[in-house]
Ligand binder design. Structure first.
Ligand SMILES: [Fe+2]
Ligand SMILES: [Fe+2]
Length: 135
C-alpha cells in the first residue's frame, strides 16, 4: 500500500507540471507545431551530442554504474526522440499529421517507439510487456 507521503509526492509532481505549463505560457513558449518541433529537435540534439556524453564520461570516471546505465539509456533515447521529432516536422511541413496513431514508451529506459512494440526493447533489452501505450 502506498504511504500518504508517496501520495503527497505525486500531488506535488502534478502541481509542478501545472506550474511548468503556466511558466511556458507566460514566456509565450507555445508556438506553431512546426516551431515547437524545431525547438524540440534542437533540445534533443543538444542532449545527445553535448549533455549526456559529458554526464556519461563523468559517471564512467567515477565508476558510478547506476548513473552510467541511466545516462547511456537517456543518451540513446534522446537520439530516438530527435529522429521522431524530425520525421514529425517533415510531416507537418508537408501538411500531414504523423503516419501512425500508436506510440509506446519503455518503462525501464524511456525508449519511444511508433506503431507497435518491439519484442524486446532495442535500448535496454526488456520484453514488450514493459512498454505502455501513450494515449
Ligand atoms: Fe527526449
Ligand atoms: Fe527500454
Amino acid at each position: 500500500m502506498d504511504s500518504r507521503a508517496a501520495k503527497l509526492f505525486r500531488a506535488a509532481a502534478e502541481a509542478e507540471a501545472v506550474h511548468a505549463q503556466a511558466h511556458l505560457r507566460a514566456m509565450d513558449g507555445v508556438k506553431s507545431t512546426s516551431e515547437n518541433l524545431e525547438v524540440a529537435i534542437a533540445g534533443e540534439s543538444d542532449e545527445f551530442k553535448e549533455m549526456y556524453p559529458k554526464f556519461l564520461a563523468q559517471a564512467q570516471e567515477e565508476g558510478n554504474k547506476p548513473a552510467e546505465f541511466s545516462f547511456k539509456n537517456a543518451l540513446a533515447v534522446e537520439k530516438v526522440h530527435h529522429s521522431l521529432y524530425s520525421k514529425a516536422l517533415e510531416s507537418v511541413k508537408s501538411g500531414q499529421d504523423l503516419s501512425t496513431a500508436f506510440i509506446y514508451v519503455c518503462s525501464v529506459c524511456g525508449n519511444t517507439v511508433e506503431r507497435e512494440t518491439p519484442q524486446t526493447c532495442p535500448v535496454c533489452g526488456v520484453p514488450a510487456s514493459k512498454f505502455s501505450e501513450i494515449k
